[in-house]
Design a protein around this ligand. Structure first.
Ligand code: PHE
Length: 452
């Protein structure tokens, strides 16, 4: 069976694909507005601590689990503990991938529309913030556009995933990630040289610890897991296509470094531009769609930068939706022996169906917009799948690797391609620190209703 699963053609290709999964709307859309909401530098420090002490250890746990079993989320648990309920943890991951993809594709769809509008020069001619809000509201409240855009993004994703591991996912990452990096650096270069940029830096690097509320701690942890694609088996699945010779600790550090570095760079791109235009950093989820759109017309060559910016977002989103779809497709290929082609299209169709209520939750349907006390369907999907499922998944994966499969087995797996430094420390993190810390945050968030 494993003959047809596919493999990464090179270590570098895998790193690009894994970094592509991690780097996404989480970095450019969610990270800046969360930093804005929780007041800048202190939040960033906390986030960095979570990445190092929770993100990297969990990433290593997932990668070694995947590579050791050569199975995706469900199969990995099944192979190690066949007659137990542990495979259900993988099932939770597959479900979570489904849930995240269904709302992520809606926001990703907006990036396509904004890219198209940028190509048509919509953000060039003295756009006021009222007009910009109107563009956003019109787009997101139109049921037809919303549903079609989400369908278009899912189709793009499916076209890559049906091509398989090295021929589809890795090839797309090899093309898209370098473009992403070049465009991002270009945009940062523009942003940091604007007048008023220094206020943006001051905001990003102001360590005001009084702003670190409990809600900020909860958000920082949720963001770290989401941004590194952890807790739902994406990295188990990507790890399962790895050769034994890959150095897992090195790969994990590189992926974490790129993911975090690019979130910070996204901050360097957005905050100086924001302060330059006198806009508020705490604008919330609409930050990059409403606020950024009004900023381009204040820049020389702004319309070109608008094209680059929204193109960048679409690319970042695509390399992440690919990994979300792959988690589900791999389940059907590994466990149900479906062909990749069939799995891809059936799963995509299912995801599309679930994306419709999310697509209609910005005014397209007042029922989906106002449900859950005004949070809306998409808002709730983001909270349930993007925060709760990922956190629960991360706790269970740590408990499994730390206490069931065993630190010794995981370390032996890593050792086949490269030594893990500080093995005992990693063991302590996976057995105690990560599950306990995530569980505390989870329970706190559930009790106070504070997640997100
Ligand atoms: N890490 C992606 C992002 O930052 C989102 C994602 C979450 C992708 C979980 C895969 C799995 O946008």
């Amino acid at each position: 069976m494993s003959v047809n699963r596919g493999k990464w053609s090179s270590d570098f290709g895998f790193i690009l694909a894994a970094a592509g999964s991690a780097i996404g709307l989480g970095n450019i859309w969610r990270f800046p507005y969360t930093v804005g909401e929780y007041g800048g530098g202190a939040f960033i420090l906390l986030y960095l601590a979570f990445v190092a002490l929770i993100g990297v250890p969990v990433l290593l746990a997932e990668l070694s689990l995947g590579r050791s079993t050569e199975r995706s989320a469900v199969g990995a648990f099944k192979k190690l503990m066949p007659d137990s309920w542990w495979p259900a943890v993988g099932g939770l991951g597959v479900l979570c991938g489904f849930g995240i993809l269904s709302f992520y594709s809606v926001i990703a769809g907006w990036t396509l529309s904004y890219f198209y509008m940028a190509l048509n020069g919509r953000f060039a001619d003295g756009l006021s913030s009222e007009q910009s809000t109107q563009i956003f509201t019109e787009l997101t409240a139109s049921p037809i556009s919303e549903v079609l855009l989400s369908a278009a993004f899912l189709t793009l994703t499916a076209l890559v995933v049906r091509g398989g591991i090295s021929g589809g996912i890795e090839r797309a990452a090899r093309i898209l990630m370098p473009i992403f990096l070049v465009v991002l650096l270009l945009l940062v270069g523009r942003s940091v040289t604007l007048d008023g940029a220094s206020e943006g830096f001051a905001f990003l690097f102001a360590f005001d610890f009084s702003k670190l509320s409990a809600a900020a701690v909860v958000s920082a942890l949720g963001q770290a897991l989401f941004s590194m694609s952890l807790g739902m088996g994406a990295m188990i699945t990507y790890g399962s296509y790895l050769k034994r010779s890959e150095n897992l600790p090195k790969a994990a550090v590189i992926v974490a470094f790129f993911d975090t570095g690019l979130a910070l760079i996204a901050g360097l791109m957005i905050f100086p531009a924001l302060f330059h235009a006198g806009a508020s950093p705490a604008a919330g989820p609409s930050l990059i769609f409403i606020v950024m759109a009004t900023i381009f017309n204040t820049m020389p060559l702004g319309s070109l930068f608008a094209i680059a910016f929204y193109g960048l977002l679409a690319i970042a989103a695509l390399t992440s939706t690919i990994s979300l779809l792959e988690v589900i497709v791999a389940y059907f290929v590994d466990e149900r022996q479906w062909s990749r082609e069939r799995a891809t299209w059936v799963v995509t169709a299912g995801c599309f169906a679930l994306s419709v209520p999310s697509a209609l939750s910005f005014g397209g349907s007042s029922f989906f917009t106002n449900m859950f006390g005004g949070t809306g369907f998409l808002g709730m999907a983001n909270i349930v799948f993007g925060n709760y499922f990922l956190s629960i998944g991360a706790v269970l994966i740590c408990v499994f690797v730390g206490w069931k499969w065993g630190i010794g087995n995981a370390v032996a797996e890593m050792d086949s391609g490269g030594k893990l430094p500080a093995q005992a420390f990693w063991g302590i993190l996976v057995r105690y620190v990560c599950p306990v810390a995530v569980a505390i945050v989870l329970v706190y968030a559930a009790v106070t209703g504070n997640y997100l």
